[in-house]
Design a protein around this ligand. Sequence first.
Ligand SMILES: Nc1ncnc2c1ncn2[C@@H]1O[C@H](COP(=O)(O)OP(=O)(O)O)[C@@H](O)[C@H]1O
Ligand SMILES: [Mg+2]
Length: 318
Amino acid sequence: MIKVGPGNERTRVSQHSSDIAAAFDDSPIMRQLQDLSTRRRHLEEVEIEFTGQTRILTVSNQKGGVGKTTTTVNIAAAIADLGGKVMVIDLDPQGNASTALGVPHSSETTSIYDVLINDVRIADAVQQSPENERLFCVPSTIHLAGAEIELVSQVAREKRLDTALHEYLDDLDEPFDFVLIDCPPSLGLLTINAFSSADEVFLPIQAEYYALEGLSQLLGNVKMIQKHLNTRLRVSTILLTMYDSRTRLAQQVADEVREHFPDEVLKTVIPRSVRVSEAPSFGQTVISYDESSAGAIAYKEAAVEIVKRGAPRRKGRN
Ligand SMILES: Nc1ncnc2c1ncn2[C@@H]1O[C@H](COP(=O)(O)OP(=O)(O)O)[C@@H](O)[C@H]1O
Ligand SMILES: [Mg+2]
């Protein structure tokens, strides 16, 4: 009979626990954590230079709920975190971007509505976000809901934002590196004003069924704007949002979008993450709410890609 002494028992137990540790090391959750910490280290090593030229991007997609607002505020916060000076223009009457950036936007607040309708200067409407001293927001208020109709009778109704924005930007001692415009989910006069002011269209696409539905309509609208209102406009950036890596569908949507737009789609995809969706209820972006979460890291990586790629080249030039 083999007598098992206390020493042997210990060996067996420690063998057992190191087996568990090895299995845990190789578990999906552990691999995910290791992957996140490697990516965080890479982000810490990134060196970014801002050129002093202002890039103006309109974050647009005619579909609602695809991540436009989430992308606007988190990319803005991530660029500010990298050292850039950023302004978000909240052009959606819902005011969700203003909320997420912690900027007051009650009905008495001077807002983008006053800029568009009452000839107020952007300098008098812009507010600093408590998130970051380099992050600013021109808020939206409930009044903006009526602006689509009020704009109809205004002079130069498609160009009012463009005029106000360039008047403001041209007069600054310290230029903005980025202006991001958060659009409502429709092609009304508000979105047309955004398209007329911007150089680049930034298109968030939700990695779900029907992701590409309505996209040809959007591209048609961009062409129309290029022809009649703003020859500078280019679709420069596409970001896959709410990506669920466990589903084949997300992968299929990603493949299809990359096939159609090989140059525009960012390598980074934004995972579906609870931290991303709960941050706005604290008046925060996920960058400050939980900076080491998967969502924050992905948005920071996407921001690095956007800054590093630089502005798209104009057609007809080198
Ligand atoms: N990566 C994400 N993970 C989880 N939820 C998300 C993510 N991105 C957006 N959401 C949620 O999806 C909903 C729609 O996003 P939102 O940015 O408001 O879209 P849009 O501005 O296009 O209407 C919101 O409730 C938001 O919190
Ligand atoms: Mg929105």
